[in-house]
Design a protein around this ligand. Structure first.
Ligand code: FES
Length: 163
C-alpha cells in the first residue's frame, strides 16, 4: 500500500527537509528522487505528487524521470531482494530452472514482491561466483550449487523465520 501522508507523516517530513536542502542544486530532481526511494523503498504516485507540490514542478515531469531510469521503481520492494544470476555460467547450469523453482516456492513471478513484502525476485548478470553456478544472492549472502527444490525452500525458510 502507498504511504499515506495523513497517517504516516514522518517520512514525508524527512523528504520535505531533503527537498529544502537540495532544491537549489543544479538539476536536483534525480538526487531528490533517489533519496525519496531510500526513504519509502519505492516511488508511488503519492510521493511523486508530494515532490511535485514541494518543488512546484509538474508531476508529469517527475513521472517521466521515474519511468525513464530503471533504478527507480513505482512498485513496493521486499525487505530482501533475491537476485538470481542469469550470467552465462549460471544459465548453462540451469538458472532458468532455479527461477521457476523460486517462482513456485514464493508464489510470485520474476520482478514481483511477495504479499508479506519479504522478498522481491529479481535477476542480475554474473555476480563473480561462476564456480558455484547456478547462484542466487540475497543481500551479502551468495547461495550456489543450487539443485533441488528442497534446498532452495530451506534457504527461503531461514529468512522467513529470521523475520
Ligand atoms: S554467471 Fe553466475 S556467477 Fe558468474
Amino acid at each position: 500500500m502507498a504511504p499515506d501522508i495523513t497517517t504516516n507523516k514522518a517520512p514525508y517530513e524527512r523528504l520535505r527537509a531533503v527537498i529544502q536542502e537540495k532544491k537549489d542544486l543544479q538539476n536536483p530532481l534525480i538526487e531528490i528522487l533517489r533519496i525519496a526511494q531510500e526513504i519509502f523503498g519505492y516511488l508511488p504516485m503519492e510521493v511523486q505528487e508530494f515532490i511535485s507540490n514541494e518543488m512546484n514542478i509538474p508531476v508529469s515531469k517527475i513521472y517521466g524521470v521515474v519511468t525513464f531510469y530503471n533504478f527507480f521503481t513505482m512498485k513496493p520492494r521486499g525487505k530482501h531482494t533475491l537476485n538470481v544470476c542469469l550470467g552465462t555460467a549460471c544459465y548453462v547450469k540451469g538458472a532458468a530452472r532455479i527461477v521457476s523453482l523460486l517462482e513456485e516456492i514464493l508464489g510470485i513471478k520474476m520482478g514481483e514482491t511477495t504479499p508479506d513484502r519479504l522478498f522481491t525476485l529479481s535477476a542480475v548478470r554474473c555476480v563473480g561466483a561462476c564456480s558455484l553456478a547456478p547462484v542466487f544472492v540475497i543481500g551479502e549472502d551468495t547461495f550456489g550449487r543450487l539443485e533441488s527444490k528442497q534446498q532452495i525452500a530451506d534457504i527461503i525458510k531461514k529468512y522467513q523465520q529470521a523475520n
